[in-house]
Design a protein around this ligand. Structure first.
Ligand code: SF4
Length: 469
C-alpha cells in the first residue's frame, strides 16, 4: 500500500475524573487512523475545554497540562487525516468546539459525507457561516438549525440529512453521544472497565486496540444506525434512530489494510482475516519458490498465511525504517536517494539468487511497488512472483479512504499482463473478490466498491473532489 490514508480515529470516555487523560492515551492506539492533527475536548457539568494541535499524538500532547481537565468526567478525542479540507488549516482540527445560544458542544467525525456540497450550499443560503473547510462542520450547522425540542433529537434530525459514511461523537456538558451511519461503513465499538468503587468508565472508539491500551473490556459494536447516549456517570442507552433496511456496507479495506492487526473490527479479528487472505491466495495462485517475502508491515500477515499454506519458508528480509516519515528531508541533491530506499532495506544475503513470492496488501498507483521491486532486482533476486492480498483497485473511494481518482489507479488503466510487465515481475496474481469476501466469518454486509464499482450509496456532490474516471 502506498501511503493511502484513513479518515480519522475517534475516542470518547465517560465516567472518570481523568477522562481527558484516558482519551489522550487512547489516541496513541488510534494514531494510524490520522497523523496530521489531533485534539481532545473534555466536559464537566458547567464547562468544556479543548487542547489540540498539528502532528502526531506524542508531539501535540507531550507538554499538555492535564490539571485544568481534572474532574471533567467526559472527554472526546480525535486523530485527523483530511479527506476534505486543507490539512494545515488549524481551524480544521477536531473536535470542533462551538457555542450556540449559551449551549456548548463539541463534534468529532470519521468518514466522508457524499452530499456535503449540496448540504453546505443549502446551509449557506440560510445564513450559516462556515468556520472550516471540513465536511464535518456540516453536522454542527444541521444541529443548530434543527427545530427539535431536545438536543438528542436535533442530532437525529441532522444525521438523517447526511448521506455517506459517518461516525460522529458529540459531547455536551450533560452527555456524550455516538452515532453510526445506517450502512456502518466505519467501525465503532465500545467497552468498559470497573473502578475500585464499582462504578463504570465507558469508552467508545474506532478500534478495540484503544480499549486494550486502557485495560477496558470490549463490549460490542455500535450497531449501524444506532445512537448511544452516555452520561458522566457512565450510564448508557442505545436507540436505533436511522433507517437500516438497506444492506450494511462495512469497509472491507479496514480488514485488508487500514485497521490495526491487533484490533477486532466489525466484531472480527483483523489478524485472522489477513492470515486467511494469505492462505486463500496460496490456494488460488500457487507458485514454486524458495521464500515468502512480505512487504512490511502491510504484507506481513497475509505472508504468514501464504507460507503456512504452502510450506515455503517466510523470511522477514525487508527491514523497515520506522523513523523515516513522509516529511523525510533529502540531505542534498548529490546524495539523493528514493524515499522508498530510505524506508525499506532488503537483507541481501537472504534474498540474493532466491525465487521469491513477494506479498503486499494491495496496489493503488503502483509507483512505490515498482520502486520496491527494482530494489529487490538490484539485490540479485532470481525471480519475483508478486501476490496481492486484495483484488485490483479499479475505482475510487467516496466513503472516507483517500484513494486517488479512477484515472490514477494502476488497475484502472492496465490489464493484468500490462501490470506484470510494468512492475517487472515474473508472475502476478490478485486475490479474487470471492476469496476476499470469504475471509470474513460473516461473508456479507461489506462494501467492496473500490474493486467492483458497485457503490452502496449514490455519489452526490461531495466536497471531496475526486472523480470516477
Ligand atoms: S470503496 Fe473500498 S475503501 Fe471505500 S468504503 Fe468501500 S471498500 Fe472501503
Amino acid at each position: 500500500m502506498e501511503d493511502e490514508k484513513e479518515a480519522c480515529g475517534l475516542i470518547g470516555v465517560v465516567g472518570h475524573k481523568h477522562a481527558a487523560e484516558y482519551a489522550v492515551s487512547g489516541l496513541f492506539a488510534l494514531q494510524h487512523r490520522g497523523e496530521e492533527a489531533c485534539g481532545v475536548t473534555a466536559a464537566s457539568s458547567d464547562k468544556m475545554k479543548s487542547y489540540q494541535g498539528l502532528g502526531h499524538v506524542s508531539r501535540v500532547f507531550h507538554k499538555m497540562n492535564f490539571a485544568p481537565f481534572k474532574g471533567m468526567h467526559m472527554a472526546l478525542g480525535h486523530t485527523r487525516y483530511s479527506i476534505t479540507g486543507e490539512s494545515e488549516n488549524l481551524s480544521n482540527i477536531q473536535p470542533f468546539l462551538v457555542k450556540h445560544k449559551k449551549k456548548q458542544f463539541a463534534v468529532a467525525h470519521n468518514g466522508n459525507i457524499v452530499n456535503s456540497l449540496e448540504l453546505k450550499q443549502k446551509l449557506e443560503n440560510l445564513g450559516a457561516i462556515f468556520q472550516t473547510t471540513s465536511d464535518s462542520e456540516i453536522l454542527v450547522h444541521l444541529i443548530v438549525k434543527s427545530q427539535a425540542k431536545t438536543f438528542k433529537q436535533k442530532i437525529i434530525d441532522a444525521a438523517k440529512k447526511i448521506h455517506g459514511s459517518f461516525n460522529f461523537l458529540i459531547l455536551t456538558t450533560e452527555k456524550l453521544y455516538a452515532i453510526r451511519d445506517a450502512h456502518g461503513f466505519r467501525p465503532l465499538c465500545y467497552g468498559e472497565f470497573k473502578k475500585k468503587d464499582g462504578s463504570l468508565t465507558r469508552i467508545v472508539c474506532s478500534e478495540t486496540c484503544a480499549l486494550d491500551l486502557l485495560d477496558a473490556k470490549y463490549m460490542g459494536q455500535v450497531d449501524p444506525g444506532c445512537l448511544l447516549s452516555l452520561d458522566r456517570n457512565g450510564h448508557m442507552t442505545s436507540d436505533k434512530v436511522l433507517e437500516t433496511k438497506k444492506p450494511q456496507a462495512k469497509c472491507i479495506f479496514e480488514m485488508i489494510y487500514f485497521a490495526r492487526p491487533d484490533s477486532l473490527v466489525f466484531g472480527e479479528s483483523v489478524y485472522a482475516f489477513r492470515k486467511k487472505l494469505g492462505r486463500l491466495l496460496a490456494e488460488q495462485a500457487p507458485v514454486d519458490a524458495d521464500i515468502v517475502l512480505p512487504v512490511p508491515d502491510s504484507g506481513n500477515y497475509a505472508a504468514l498465511g501464504f507460507s503456512a499454506a504452502t510450506g515455503i519458508p517466510l523470511e522477514l528480509a525487508i527491514t523497515r525504517n520506522h523513523y523515516a516519515r513522509r516529511s523525510f528531508i533529502q540531505p542534498s541533491q548529490k546524495h539523493r536517494r528514493s524515499t522508498i530506499k530510505v524506508k525499506l532495506n532488503p537483507i541481501k544475503n537472504v534474498i540474493s539468487k532466491k525465487r521469491i513470492v513477494l506479498i503486499d496488501d494491495s496496489i493503488v498507483r503502483g509507483n512505490t511497488l515498482f520502486e520496491k521491486i527494482k530494489i529487490l532486482r538490484e539485490h540479485g533476486v532470481a525471480e519475483v512472483h508478486l501476490r496481492i492480498a486484495a483484488p485490483p483497485v479499479k475505482h475510487p473511494c467516496f466513503y472516507g479512504i483517500d484513494f486517488p481518482s479512477g484515472n490514477e489507479l494502476l488497475a484502472n488503466k492496465k490489464t493484468l499482463k500490462q501490470i506484470e510487465k510494468f512492475l517487472n515481475v515474473d508472475s502476478l496474481a490478485f486475490i479474487s473478490v470471492e476469496n476476499l469476501m470469504s475471509c470474513s466469518e460473516r461473508n456479507s454486509g461489506f462494501c467492496n466498491a473500490c474493486f467492483t464499482g458497485k457503490y452502496p450509496v449514490k455519489i452526490k456532490h461531495s466536497l471531496n473532489k475526486k472523480t470516477l474516471a
